[in-house]
Design a protein around this ligand. Structure first.
Ligand code: HEC
Length: 109
């Protein structure tokens, strides 16, 4: 009986971890890639990119969840605003793109 309870609690802890997936990314580490490769579009909204720091523009994106945003940034994404090129045109790793996406999200909420 207590084993079942322990396992259910473990499940709840795991579920909690997946909700806070942003903790898996290092926003501080993502800043330099943002500055070098994403800022060109995301600072002033070039090509209609959502401006980093514009909370209203980012709220519905953040609502999609960090994993979806990272996937879109990594693989590329075409939405209502236009085209987000895969990896912003860089050859950065998925982890680096994740860190940079976390940085952009952190600056925009
Ligand atoms: C050439 C311009 C350009 C560059 C460079 C660029 N982006 Fe974007 N990005 C866009 C545009 C345009 C959109 C909006 C797409 C839409 O929703 O229609 C976007 C959207 C996004 C989104 C939101 C995706 C979603 O699902 O709402 C993320 C996250 C993102 N970019 C991350 C990055 C990162 C990280 C980099 C740098 C590695 C980067 N972008 C570089 C143009 C750019």
């Amino acid at each position: 009986m207590s084993r079942i309870i322990t396992m259910s609690l473990f499940g709840i802890v795991l579920a909690g971890l997946s909700v806070d997936a942003s903790a898996a990314y290092d926003a501080t580490a993502g800043k330099s890639l943002y500055e070098s490769s994403c800022r060109a579009c995301h600072k002033r909204g070039i090509f209609n990119a959502p401006i980093v720091g514009d909370q209203a523009a980012w709220a519905p994106r953040i609502a999609k969840g960090i994993e979806t945003l990272v996937e879109h940034a990594d693989l590329g994404f075409t939405g209502k605003n236009g085209i987000m090129p895969a990896k912003g045109g860089t050859s950065a790793s998925t982890v680096a793109i994740g860190n940079t996406t976390a940085y952009m999200v952190e600056q925009s909420k």
